[in-house]
Unconditional design. Structure first.
Lengths: 113, 119
């Protein structure tokens, strides 16, 4: 029940394309869903996050879509650039309390010029 | 923005020695810090939750006598890998929660990680 399943494992997109990364969770107590971007040899950095009270959130070129009934959420990157090439992790946690993040398996995204 | 630092960034040690990794919140106070372990091309695995002034809470399967965690102040937590062996080689990452923000999960900031190689 604590798992967060992320797909695909790797993704290659041409510059300007819209990569989409999907995550599914099981624990209905989760009410905070962040996405992190990680470059090689660095710690993860928060990209964007969503709460279940909205179905979509946009920040710049990054959009999260959230489907509460399906217990799924996804990250869309608009007008993708080679600099977006990184590993992306979705995560889930309770918004309050211990706030232990459960991470997905990660997606290695490559944006070709 | 809030900054979390880790020291050292990389460390190589001989098998059997102990290694200490520091995690510091540079511009905020953190009552809670988390320690993660990440294998190459793998996800982050939570090892323990570190609370200032109290004992750390370890996740199932993590040896607390192997991975000693101390959170002596609101800006510093340390992870000591005792009697390190090659299988302990990994990327260790900490995160810290900002005490003074409201209790929202967005206030969890990650450090840059420490690469440990045990020979």
């Amino acid at each position: 029940q604590q798992q967060v399943k992320q797909s695909p494992q790797s993704l290659i997109v041409q510059k300007g394309g819209i990569p989409i990364i999907n995550c599914a969770y099981e624990n209905t107590a989760f009410d905070y869903f962040p996405w992190y971007q990680q470059f090689p040899g660095k710690g993860p950095a928060l990209l964007i996050a969503i709460r279940p009270d909205v179905s979509e959130k946009k920040e710049g070129r990054f959009t999260i879509s959230f489907n509460k009934s399906a217990k799924q959420f996804s990250l869309h990157i608009m007008d993708s650039q080679p600099g977006d090439s990184a590993t992306y992790f979705c995560a889930a946690s309770r918004f309050q309390g211990a706030q232990k993040l459960v991470f997905g398996q990660g997606t290695r995204l490559t944006i070709n010029p | 923005g809030a900054v979390v630092s880790q020291h050292p960034s990389r460390v190589i040690c001989k098998s059997g020695t102990s290694v200490k990794i520091e995690c510091r919140s540079l511009d905020f106070q953190a009552t809670t810090m988390f320690w993660y372990r990440q294998f190459p091309k793998k996800s982050l695995m939570l090892m323990a939750t570190s609370n200032e002034g109290s004992k750390a809470t370890y996740e199932q399967g993590v040896e607390k006598d192997k991975f000693l965690i101390n959170h002596a102040s609101l800006t510093l937590s340390t992870l000591t890998v005792t009697s390190a062996h090659p299988e302990d080689s990994s990327f260790y990452i900490c995160s810290a929660r900002d005490l003074h923000r409201d209790t929202s999960a967005e206030t969890q900031y990650f450090g840059p990680g420490t690469r440990l190689l045990v020979l």
